[in-house]
Design a protein around this ligand. Sequence first.
Ligand SMILES: *Cc1c(COP(=O)(O)O)cnc(C)c1O
Length: 454
Amino acid sequence: MTEVETNAVCPPSLIPRGVQADHACPSPYAVAPLPMTVDTNARVKASAVGGCLHGQALISRALRNRVNRVDNDSCSPGGEDPFFVADIGEVYRQHVRWKVNLPRVEPFYAVKCNPDLTVLKLLARLGTGFDCASKKEMDLIMSLGVPPSRIIYAHPCKASSFIRYASQRDVRKMTFDNAEELYKIKRYFPEAELFLRIVTDDSESLCQFSMKYGASLNHTADLLQLAKDLELNVVGVSFHVGSGAVGAKPFVHAVHSARTVFDQAEAVGMNVTTLDIGGGFGVDNFESIAEVLGPAIDECFPSTVRVVAEPGRYYVASAFTLACHVIARRELPHHASYMLYLNDGVYGNMNCILFDHQQPIVRALTHGNRYMYGLLDNCEGPVTASVWGPTCDGIDCITRECQLPYALDVGDWVYFDNFGAYTMSAATGFNGFNDNCEVLYVCSENAANKLLSE
Ligand SMILES: *Cc1c(COP(=O)(O)O)cnc(C)c1O
């Protein structure tokens, strides 16, 4: 049975008609006939989060061509290293999706989520702004020709030297949430355009920030008064509901809090002009958040108020697929199960397990001659395995238990889709493995291709 469904988040109108994959994005790995066969009695994956069939076909081909080039018997050291395939067209579609659903809100992409240069270049050309938190991130963005006015230094607790650097490079927009920060800014960059970051209820989000950042509404009036006394330039209010928010509720609540703080600012005679709604948006819950959040913003803030956001995960999560090699296997004789060892783990791209509370799904990509990209059954089946990373640390475990269709062998490949957010950006080189993973690019949107080649 073959069951193919198009994905709801990839509106057909956004898939260029009549565009051949080969034509849209010639793959450097288009080679002679491939030895692998696709399992025909398996079901085709119905819906990745994000993605579209055209993009999936390109990803599939890039993965297959790349793994076909690896001969486990003869490749050079590291020739079987993990690699990403990124569909840049997916980033483009996410941008269009943003514009359609939150037309009033200008996205400033949060660089820390994934500082891939091709992603940044595309977003720069699409005209987004950028949320930077360090000198390096500011340098990276400005090296792409982005003017400093399109950067927000969205970090409430900055090193003094970085504030001086922001002043030198004229990166004016920055956040604060405490009095000490105001004294620092007064000293090093009194002309800065300040956003008061307020605390939010992030109790249901995947990653919480509010124990670390954000002024409570009990302190905002005093902070605004202090900023006024110091003759600093407060231009707006910002918040972040936590990364990986579950729904619209915390956003709406935070918008109401921001309104209160706008009122406090106006009461002390400040002219605040901008609301910054932060990040937290997911790929699969975006519309349901936007349809409630958009009207809540309109209700609380007149159209003269500029609204920006700092999405990270939303833009890149679904664009990246990671392929890893099975480097070792241990049979557990009395358990009818296996321990599989991959060449990527929690010190590498799977750091998201520890830092981002993700639970990556191990999917079989190849087994011998079988090629299983996009098949529903590639993460289920009769074989029980625990899956481990390559470093010598016992904590380096990808999953304690998963089901697989086959007892994968050394030399087989697995993959992880929706793997673009908070993965490669925090990978380390611990024990000599995997920082700086190779990325192969495909592009399922002609327009994105065109922007990148200009
Ligand atoms: C991490 C971060 C973001 C991005 O959050 P996502 O959940 O990835 O959208 C935005 N703003 C700030 C201040 C952050 O720290």
